[in-house]
Design a binder for this molecule. Structure first.
Ligand SMILES: Nc1ncnc2c1ncn2[C@@H]1O[C@H](COP(=O)(O)OP(=O)(O)O)[C@@H](O)[C@H]1O
Ligand SMILES: [Mg+2]
Length: 281
């Protein structure tokens, strides 16, 4: 049994979600991954945006295989993973594959088994999720130990972030959300966005949210996207790079307190797939 195994190695799993598309999830995932790598961690990115995968495009990679091969049972995870910048391992989603229907039990189990067998090779797993509030998004969020909710200051993005939090809380009892406000003019704008979101969460869900930080609006992000490079690599001295490095560091400071192992990830995935409650931490 998976859950009977001795915990081997602490793996921190972080899902990056948003509700609305286009708010910066993929950029946050890729650049946070590289920042964590620069801090000495072995990192894997799971592109779980099964409909519109783009981690590979963002980082100028040409994967031969993708998560579909894992789900079909065609290939082992280690043969599907590709090397991204700085030796980050990437599980691509496969561009152009239309959004999968909801992952079935079998496919969820295949994912679990694959991660279980890979647990010693990696310290942090970052999961880039799709926009919207699909069951697949919920599955990956619930499975992870940490959920980053990315929003921009746009009212539509804030509303969609709230809607996602609400579903994950009311339907799946998720309580821990770390809010990252992207594309802000200044830190005050980020605080104001966080305040609005957390007021709503407190009032209607009786839930208190955590503030993870902000990233400034910076045209160099668009330049980096066009160049198919991560902005932390292309612009190592920009304020946005310093901010994301700080955010990466805060995860490592925080991890000491989190009793997370890959077994938790698996336990959570199993309870999520069976529709039961969760038992993390
Ligand atoms: N901090 C930022 N400053 C300026 N533009 C940004 C910033 N973050 C994201 N963008 C722009 O938004 C686009 C969408 O970002 P992306 O990470 O692909 O969003 P998502 O994965 O949420 O759909 C990027 O291609 C980039 O042009
Ligand atoms: Mg994306």
């Amino acid at each position: 049994m998976l859950n009977d195994q001795e915990p081997k190695h602490n793996v921190l799993t972080i899902a990056v979600a948003s509700g609305k598309g286009g708010v910066g999830k993929t950029n946050v995932t890729a650049n946070l991954a590289i920042s964590l790598r620069k801090l000495g961690k072995k990192v894997m990115i799971v592109d779980a945006d099964l409909g519109l995968s783009n981690i590979d495009v963002l980082l100028h990679l040409a994967p031969k295989h993708n998560i579909q091969n894992l789900l079909n049972g065609d290939m082992p995870l280690k043969d599907i993973l590709i090397d991204g910048p700085h030796g980050i391992k990437i599980l691509p989603a496969g561009s152009g594959v239309q959004e999968l229907t909801v992952l079935d039990e079998f496919q969820r189990l295949r994912i679990l088994e694959a991660f279980d067998s890979y647990g010693d090779e990696v310290d942090v797993v970052l999961i880039d999720t799709a926009a919207g509030i699909s069951e697949n998004v919920a599955f990956f969020c619930i499975a992870a130990q940490e959920i980053i909710i990315v929003t921009s200051p746009e009212p539509t993005a804030i509303t969609d972030a709230y809607a996602l939090i609400k579903v994950l809380h009311t339907r799946y009892q998720e309580k821990d959300f770390r809010i990252l406000v992207n594309s802000v003019k200044n830190p005050d704008e980020a605080i104001e966005v966080f305040r609005r979101l957390s007021l709503a969460a407190e009032k209607f869900l009786n839930l208190s949210l955590d503030y993870l930080g902000y990233l400034p609006y910076d045209e160099s992000v668009q330049n980096a996207v066009r160049a198919q490079k991560a902005f932390v690599d292309m612009y190592p001295n920009r304020p946005i790079t310093r901010r994301i490095m700080e955010i990466a560091q805060s995860f490592l400071d925080h991890t000491g307190k989190v009793k997370g192992t890959l077994q938790f990830f698996i336990g959570n995935l199993l309870s999520a797939s069976s529709g039961a409650g969760r038992g993390k931490r």
